[in-house]
Design a protein around this ligand. Structure first.
Ligand code: CIR
Length: 256
């Protein structure tokens, strides 16, 4: 079965980090409600959902994806690129320790989980404003012993590699080719976002099923035409904090 670690929206979310978006007012009550519906959607797909308590001191802490990379064999705590996010990991590491050996990348490199795309045994890391080559090197040292190959990839015009592309299965990516060059990702198949939906490339995989934001219906049609089953969620308030469906959980397999 699947375990999803989530964390309630911080009451300070309006003070979130932003890189490529202008600041807009965030309706906290609506963000909390949308996030709860997201958790319920994950439960509907068979996830056991752990809801960690909100962290008033960490505005971006709802985006648990950025603080850890969870593989079948090991969980790697990251060193987030934004200094305001660097100490978000404690409660997440404690939750992960119930299911995985937990290790941590070493400084001075930085790496956000949102920059990490896993395609089978190949791991692609976006070289973004948050993740650097020393962070890639440190992740490599943690996961190579388990047979993973780690590759740095240029990403442009968006926050994270997972803003530009995400895995829909072990060989296929949903991609916005404006933000990452598909040629950098060897041997993968691609589904492209609708050109009018540049932020539509972020899709969360739960086994064979996908979770996608309802804001990108034409991209969803492309996924469904390609044979994927898609559950729609509305995360419009967290989108103003530059978050999306993958950022808001860590989903991984656990024994039944
Ligand atoms: C940040 O800038 O770090 C947050 N406001 C958004 C993080 C979104 N996380 C993700 O895409 N994995």
């Amino acid at each position: 079965m699947w375990h999803a670690i989530t964390r309630e929206v911080s009451p300070a979310v309006s003070a979130c980090e932003l890189t490529h978006l202008d600041r807009e007012p965030i309706d906290l009550a609506r963000a909390v409600e949308q996030h709860e519906r997201y958790c319920i959607a994950l439960e509907g797909l068979g996830c056991r959902v752990t809801r960690l308590g909100a962290e008033p001191d960490f505005p971006d802490s709802v985006f648990v994806e950025d603080v850890a990379v969870v593989l079948d064999e090991v969980a790697v705590m990251t060193r987030p690129g934004a200094p305001s996010r660097r100490d978000e990991g404690g409660a997440v590491a404690r939750a992960l320790a119930a299911d995985r050996e937990v290790v941590a990348i070493k400084g001075p490199g930085t790496l956000d989980g949102g920059d990490v795309v896993v395609l089978g045994q190949a791991i692609y890391v976006g070289l973004s404003s948050r993740s650097d080559s020393a962070g890639v090197e440190s992740l490599r040292a943690c996961v190579e012993p388990f047979g993973y190959r780690v590759h740095g990839v240029d990403v442009r015009g968006c926050l994270h590699l997972k803003t530009a592309c995400t895995a829909v299965n072990d060989e296929t990516l949903l991609v916005n080719p404006e933000w990452v060059d598909p040629e950098e990702i060897e041997g993968a198949w691609f589904v492209q976002v609708d050109p009018g939906e540049p932020f539509g490339a972020n899709v969360l995989r739960v086994g064979e099923e996908l979770v996608h934001d309802v804001a990108y219906p034409r991209t969803r049609e492309r996924l469904e035409s390609a044979g994927y089953t898609v559950a729609g969620v509305d995360l419009s308030e967290l989108a103003k904090a530059e978050g999306a469906v993958t950022c808001s959980s860590l989903v991984y397999s656990v024994p039944d």
